[in-house]
Write a protein of this length. Structure first.
Length: 583
């Protein structure tokens, strides 16, 4: 039956499992069965390091079997629904309802309807109030858990912060209480109270949100005494002792990041005011050099991958980055393994580093100035030295690099037309600089995103620009860029940006909007081919919710929907940084 279905769909290898380096666990013998779900296609989920880490941690527990589910593409969903067939796990082909716990990785707000689709295809009631002891517990974690309120209606628990240690505590607690819960000797509320005692765990049904007449949040409080008023983020103290998946699973098909991802650090020492990731992964921690080299050697031996990517929010700030790159080059030079870095600081390319990387393979260079003018970089709190940048670019061209990618943002506080002009001028200068080493101008790819003032940042009180203003600025850039064939402009879908802004800054009332959009057919909202803004407009209208309410500027005195989460950086500290910005 399964084989017949797979013959009818695109990329059937997404759904067969059995990849190289899979752990061998007996699902039927496991005391605790955990379904690990990623609400996007297999190629995206298998490129997610967090997914691989949790999968490995859980399957290292003797009495736990962890199996994977990914969003089926629309062709498979159509077949499943028309034949009344439930979604199955990759490993043992078990049904979703056969698991004890279902855990979702929530990395992007535009995947929310895919969460509901996976549950629905698995025969699981979507709303937590409709699920008793006969159904699995639903847990969410990842970056979106730093404001989980728009999805509160569908989840029993959220893990706020890094899950490596917290998930072990959840498993231990469930192991003790499973018998009583399944035998109805303990109700679900009592079970959730027990889980909520674990640091970093948030059970939304144990809290009340009360709104004022204008729609603002007036009060957010626990329903029961002893339940934490604030949820303190969990994080790994020592990155060197943290689990890393050295038996790297190798898919049968190409995935988005089809390589080894080597995490060298968490957190960031910089203080960019727009960056939510700094708060999410605070404090700044690094792996020791020898630990990184051991992981790299073991993972390569288990896979034979020909590319390794260094992972971290700002790998340039690794204290011994030159020594690390030199060691990795020495380790893999004879094996023809390429080494790539994410967006880096200009100073990193000065001296030996560009030459070191280029000795293996000439990969493209990526930089994130965020703004092309120093005035706006000051507003953003962005450390970007132009002298170092152009010196480093010139050295990179001399070493043989041909392509550069630049990240910018629009919709910034105090932004003017001259700032948009500067994006084109800046990028053209980067292209033309290659002439100095007697080469043709470089191809420069320009990626422009719209600023989303995210929770837990000094920008969280700022308004987000609306669709018309964003369109005007995007059209202006497109008109300007057409005059230069060496520059290639990529603009993020403005409707997607606005929807992300709404849900990242939203409250509990948005759960009904997600539910309505899902029922209307919203799927894969992060994909341009599937995204349908009209569905979301109809969903907001049906729920009598004005989306503009969530894009507005907030008062400093206002209670924010995410204020109950303690990320380790106080609201007062964020306010002080916000005062430096002239809105």
């Amino acid at each position: 039956m399964l084989e017949d279905i797979l013959l009818q769909v695109n990329k059937p290898a997404r759904y067969i499992g059995g990849e190289w380096n899979l752990p061998k666990k007996d699902f039927t013998q496991a005391e605790i069965k955990f379904a690990l779900c990623f609400p996007d296609l297999y190629e995206i989920g298998m490129s997610n390091l967090g997914m691989r880490i949790i999968y490995g941690i859980l399957n290292n527990i003797p009495d736990v079997s962890c199996e994977r589910f990914f969003s089926p593409d629309c062709d498979l969903e159509k077949i499943l629904r028309s034949n009344n067939i439930q979604i199955l796990s990759l490993e043992s082909k078990s049904r979703l309802k056969d698991f004890d716990i279902i855990g979702f990785s929530l990395g992007y707000e535009l995947n929310y309807t895919n969460v509901l689709n996976i549950l629905d295809l698995g025969g699981i009631p979507l709303k937590s109030t409709l699920r008793n002891e006969t159904f699995p517990l639903i847990i969410g974690g990842g970056p979106c858990a730093f404001n989980p309120e728009p999805m509160h209606e569908f989840f029993d628990l959220f893990i706020v912060g890094e899950a490596e240690e917290t998930i072990l505590k959840i498993i231990d607690t469930y192991r003790i209480l499973k018998g009583k819960f399944k035998a109805s000797a303990m109700n679900k509320q009592e079970l959730l109270v027990m889980f909520s005692a674990i640091e970093g765990v948030y059970a939304p049904s144990l809290y009340d949100a009360i709104y004022d007449n204008e729609g603002g949040l007036r009060e957010f409080k626990p329903k029961f005494s002893g339940t934490a008023v604030k949820i303190k983020k969990s994080f790994v103290q020592d990155l060197n002792s943290a689990y890393f998946p050295r038996d790297w699973i190798i898919p049968y098909i190409s995935i988005v990041h089809d390589r080894i991802t080597l995490e060298i650090m968490r957190g960031c020492p910089n203080r960019c005011r727009f960056c939510q990731a700094r708060s999410q992964y605070f404090p700044f921690r690094t792996r020791e050099l020898n630990n990184i080299l051991d992981i790299a050697a073991d993972t390569y031996a288990a896979t034979g991958y020909e590319e390794i990517s260094l992972s971290g929010l700002s790998v340039s700030d690794y204290s011994n980055i030159e020594k690390l790159l030199e060691s990795l080059v020495g380790l893999f030079k004879e094996k023809a393994v390429s080494l790539s870095l994410p967006s880096i600081k200009p100073k990193t390319m000065i001296g030996k580093i560009s030459t070191l990387i280029s000795t293996i393979k000439k990969t493209g260079l990526t930089f994130a100035p965020e703004s092309a003018t120093e005035r706006l970089r000051q507003v953003l709190g962005k450390d970007f030295n132009l002298q170092d940048f152009f010196k480093g670019i010139e050295q990179a061209y001399a070493s043989g690099y041909q392509h550069v990618k630049l990240y910018f943002m629009i919709g910034l506080p105090q932004e003017r037309e001259e700032d948009l002009d500067a994006i084109i001028e800046f990028s053209n200068n980067v292209s033309q600089l290659r002439r100095k080493v007697n080469r043709a101008p470089a191809q420069v790819n320009i990626s422009v995103n719209t600023l989303i003032p995210k929770p837990h940042t000094p920008f969280q009180w700022l308004n987000m620009e609306g669709l018309d203003t964003i369109k005007s600025k995007q059209d202006y850039l497109k008109e300007k860029i057409n005059q230069n064939k060496r520059l290639k402009l990529s603009l993020h879908n403005r409707y997607m940006s606005v929807l992300e802004g709404i849900f990242s800054r939203g409250d509990r009332r948005l759960s009904q909007v997600v539910y309505s959009a899902f029922k209307r057919g919203a799927r894969f909202d992060a994909w341009n081919d599937y995204f349908n803004w009209n569905i979301w407009q109809d969903a907001f209208s049906e729920c009598n919710i004005n989306p503009e309410f969530y894009l507005r500027q907030r008062k400093k005195s206002e209670l924010l929907p995410w204020d109950f989460i303690d990320v380790g950086l106080s609201k007062e500290a964020l306010e002080k940084e916000a005062e430096k910005i002239n809105y």
